[in-house]
Design a protein around this ligand. Structure first.
Ligand code: FES
Length: 103
């Protein structure tokens, strides 16, 4: 069963951008918001060479890594072909304008 932790307000996440949730262990988590106000959570670490995905550009349900331009699917954390690899994803939800992360 998920343990939902409140992390911020939806409006705290820039549209087409991300907000970083820092963790003591296990690496930072990037929470993304797209143009439709959908939110997604991935490890803030590109599967290519570890670039900060939170600093990438969000489009549709993907983020483009700021380092070398790989596109990563926000729903599954997988690199879009022809690139290959994936990063961890986390459950996230919005209720009444508040964002919760499953930890
Ligand atoms: S580190 Fe993300 S594309 Fe290279």
């Amino acid at each position: 069963m998920s343990n939902w932790k409140p992390v911020c307000l939806l409006e705290d996440i820039p549209r087409l951008g991300a907000r970083v949730v820092q963790r003591a262990a296990g690496g930072d988590i990037a929470i993304f918001r797209n143009a439709d106000d959908e939110v997604f959570a991935l490890h803030d670490k590109c599967p290519h060479k570890g670039g900060p995905l939170s600093q990438g550009i969000v489009h549709d349900r993907k983020v483009t890594c700021p380092l070398h331009g790989w596109n990563i699917g926000l729903q599954d954390g997988r690199a879009v072909a022809p690139d290959a690899g994936h990063c961890g994803r986390f459950e996230v939800k919005v209720e009444e304008g508040r964002v919760f992360l499953a930890v």
